[in-house]
Design a binder for this molecule. Sequence first.
Ligand SMILES: [Zn+2]
Length: 129
Amino acid sequence: MTFVIASFLPSENLIYWGLPLFSTALIAVAGFRGWRKHLHRRFFFRFNILWDKKSQPFCPGCLSPLTDWQKLSSWKFANLGSRTVRNRITYQAFLCRKCRKILRLTDEDGFELTFAQARERLRSPADES
Ligand SMILES: [Zn+2]
């Protein structure tokens, strides 16, 4: 009886297959990380998104080029005394079609930037203070 149970235990399989599989997985993970790092080295992160050396914008999530600069609108709630009022606000942002994400450009202080302003500041890092 004990012999039957022992033959079903995966102890031998673990040594013969587990170790190579484990090391293969490790190599795959390391390779993937290196690849991501390599991709990120081509870009730099600024104003909430990634840029390449030619000041082209890229999505930080999927690294696809951002081409959709859109004017969007949403509601902003504000407290006026005792009641809450709803104000319509418009803002501009990139829309990544791949991850369906809205990417707003913000500077180091959290202020919103337009695409033109962001590009302007990328080209002249000297006036940043
Ligand atoms: Zn994306």
